[in-house]
Design a protein around this ligand. Structure first.
Ligand SMILES: [Ca+2]
Ligand SMILES: [Ca+2]
Length: 70
């Protein structure tokens, strides 16, 4: 993958992150995730938190989000 494509993908993921982070505090909480994806089953959300919340603070930082989506 070229560097340009990686950059585009990163920009898109940053945009996704900002869209889900409704209050703009730089973290995605479980509640913000649920509000953005109302159809997401609780188990899927639980799995996301287990896999993606690396430091276990109950919310996703941009870094955790990028790692989860890459
Ligand atoms: Ca937030
Ligand atoms: Ca976290």
């Amino acid at each position: 993958m070229s560097e340009e494509l990686v950059g585009e993908r990163l920009a898109r993921l940053r945009g996704d992150f900002a869209a889900i982070d409704a209050d703009g505090d730089g973290y995605i909480t479980e509640r913000e995730f649920r509000e953005h994806f109302p159809g997401l089953p609780a188990e899927a959300l639980g799995a996301l938190s287990r896999d993606g919340d690396a430091d276990g603070d109950g919310r996703f930082s941009l870094e955790e989000f990028l790692r989860l989506m890459s």
